[in-house]
Design a binder for this molecule. Structure first.
Ligand code: AMP
Length: 601
């Protein structure tokens, strides 16, 4: 049998992996039996690399050797220094992919060689290429990059393959909103339009609730320390999440400067966030307008991303799209499930092999030109060659002429974006070709843009008069790694040892304990330390006891966590009476104490 292909949602906060199995897309659980693996990487003092849950715990206790949200910087040269080594965002992403690959191989019991990876529709060429390179470093062949809304629509379509439908994919995460309109017709899936707001997300709701709290408590925002504001913001997020479950919630802030509580309702949040709702509506109406589709023609609304869980957001969508209700499936899983379908299509599985996925170019692509009518105008205009929302793959050619008399070369500068002047768009690359010096308008230059299904752009220039041809594949070599570097690094990554899977649960519990130790004080601290020491001792002395001791430790930590969240003062009787305590363990506990004392001497 050919090697398996997996589908990966490489997310900003969490990543998921799926596979096509027994006629459907299935999520693959990690070592913890969970589908969501935090997209966090941390390097231990001994050079061990932690990825996922254990790494996330180290964000607070070892912030200097831990990295998160690096997806936001994919395709850039932003540097992260972990454990004395430099990492680019694509290298950190590679470590997450490597981990997901390992989880998938363990689950499937066979090797995985290839992956379909999803990226946000607004990802530039640089970011897409960086994602592919990350795959290569992780030992995965990545032929297919899929836009996240297309993946979500595929997952939606998998539910009802017999129906033709227009779906609105509403992807609302922590910091961005992406809205897409996708049509599934005769097994062909086509994105009709995309729009969004890359500065709007759940964090804006946190911010509004935090400001409301500051105002209600008559606090002077200008005088709050960064640390205090961070505590207020975190409490605001907790409160927002509580409002997903209940119509009213308490926002509790308890830090050295402030101890206060405020009751807030869903209705209050709708009032204080009116401008956010207005911004949510804009891209929704824009995709309808771009695709010339009415709200009534939308068959289903697919919700993606954590912020979609907010009932007030769902109600607002029901309101603006004039519907009775929404059909809701787990928003966190939709993209990965769609990637699983895409993997199934690539494997040419019987059930889905006829499905054809088309995609669109989510932004306009063009070149900078001078307007011959205004020779003194120095600003270059954006001449669009591939307009936004064109179906992929696409290849289009335009004809240009030399703008000035006797100029010696023509330089094609390539841009992405919707602005009128190139200075306001994103520069992707450039190439030059020499031309015979002739009067303006007499040398013809043909420029062809070819944008493939993976969103990789190729530009061809042709001067018919001289026969000169040039080609540019847009990969900005100054950003991210060069192919040479990838080849070099690959050798290193093949040998790289991630924290061994069998040890992962232990490492996670230890990291969890270290974080709690930092965040607590007094008796909790002492108790955490005592139990951690005991656990470490058992890890060395009696491996058979590890699962049991780990379970007790987990129950204890969960209890500490809960107590911290609700700001319960430490009641020492609780420490002794908590139900993690097991009398059977008294004996070993005693031997531990002896060992500990001996060690102290
Ligand atoms: P994502 O990037 O999709 O993980 O979304 C993260 C955003 O979703 C953050 O702003 C979270 O606060 C928000 N979020 C996650 N779960 C919930 C929930 N149950 N209720 C409200 N917001 C949530």
């Amino acid at each position: 049998m050919s090697k398996r292909i997996i589908g990966i949602d490489l997310g900003t906060t969490n990543s998921l992996v799926a596979v096509w199995e027994n006629g459907k897309s299935r999520l693959i659980p990690n070592m913890f039996g969970e589908y969501l693996t935090p997209s966090v990487v941390s390097v231990g003092e001994d050079g061990t690399i932690y990825v996922g849950k254990a790494a996330k715990e180290r964000l607070i206790s070892y912030p200097d050797s831990t990295a998160s949200v690096f997806k936001r910087h994919m395709g850039t040269n932003k540097e992260y220094f972990l454990g004395g080594k430099r990492y680019l965002p694509e290298e950190l992403s590679a470590l997450v992919l490597k981990k997901l690959k390992e989880d998938a191989e363990r689950y499937l019991g066979e090797e995985v060689e290839e992956a379909v990876i999803s990226v946000p529709a607004y990802f530039s060429d640089m970011a897409r290429n960086a994602t592919k390179r990350a795959g290569t470093l992780a030992g995965l062949k990545v032929e297919r990059i899929i836009n996240e809304p297309s993946a979500a629509a595929l997952a939606g379509q998998e539910q009802r393959p017999e129906e033709d439908a227009v779906s609105l994919v509403f992807d609302f995460g922590g910091g961005t909103l992406d809205v897409s309109l996708v049509e599934c017709f005769d097994n062909v899936i086509e994105i009709l339009a995309v729009s969004g707001d890359n500065r709007l997300g759940g964090e804006d709701f946190d911010e509004k609730i935090a400001q409301y709290f500051i105002q209600k408590q008559n606090l002077d925002a200008g005088k709050l320390s960064v640390e205090t504001y961070a505590v207020i913001k975190k409490s605001a997020e907790n409160c927002k999440r509580a409002l997903t479950e209940n119509k009213k919630a308490d926002m509790v802030v308890n830090c050295p400067d402030i101890t206060a509580k405020m009751e807030i309702s869903r209705k209050d949040v709708t009032q204080i966030c009116l401008d956010l709702f207005e911004r949510i509506g804009k891209p929704v109406f824009r995709v309808l307008m771009d695709a010339k589709v009415t709200a009534e023609s939308i068959h289903n609304i697919i919700l993606v991303g954590g912020s979609c869980k907010m009932p007030i957001v769902q109600q607002y969508l029901i309101h603006i799209l004039n519907r009775k209700d929404l059909e809701i499936r787990e928003p966190d899983h939709m993209i990965a499930l769609g990637c699983g379908v895409c993997a199934g299509i690539k494997e040419r599985n019987e059930d889905v092999k006829d499905m054809l996925l088309t995609d669109i170019c989510p932004f306009s692509l063009g070149i900078g030109i001078s307007d011959a009518r205004f020779p003194r105008q120095t600003e270059q205009l954006m001449a669009v060659i591939i307009p936004r929302n064109s179906s992929l793959p696409i290849s289009k050619e335009e004809t240009y002429v030399n703008a000035h008399d006797y100029q010696k070369k023509i330089c094609v500068r390539v841009f992405q974006g919707e602005a009128m002047y190139t200075r306001d768009n994103i520069f992707l690359g450039q190439m030059e070709v020499e031309i015979p010096p002739m009067p303006a308008g007499q040398v013809i230059c043909l420029v062809r843009f070819t944008y493939d299904i993976n969103g990789v752009l190729q530009i061809n220039m042709h001067i018919p008069l001289t026969g000169e041809k040039k080609q540019l594949v847009v990969v900005n070599s100054e950003l991210g790694m060069t192919e040479e570097e990838v080849r070099e690094k690959l050798k290193e990554y093949e040998k790289l040892k991630l924290s061994p899977a069998k040890d992962e649960e232990n490492q996670y519990v230890l990291m969890w304990g270290e974080r709690l130790y930092m965040q607590c004080d007094g008796e909790f601290r002492e108790e955490i330390l005592r139990r951690m020491q005991y656990f470490r001792y058992m890890m060395e002395k009696d491996p058979y006891q590890i699962p049991k001791v780990r379970k007790y430790l987990t129950v204890f930590f969960a209890y500490v966590e809960g107590a911290m969240e609700h700001y319960v003062s430490v009641d020492s009787s609780l420490l002794q009476d908590a139900d993690w305590y097991d009398e059977e363990d008294e004996e070993t506990d005693q031997s531990f104490k002896n060992w500990n004392e001996e060690d102290d001497e």
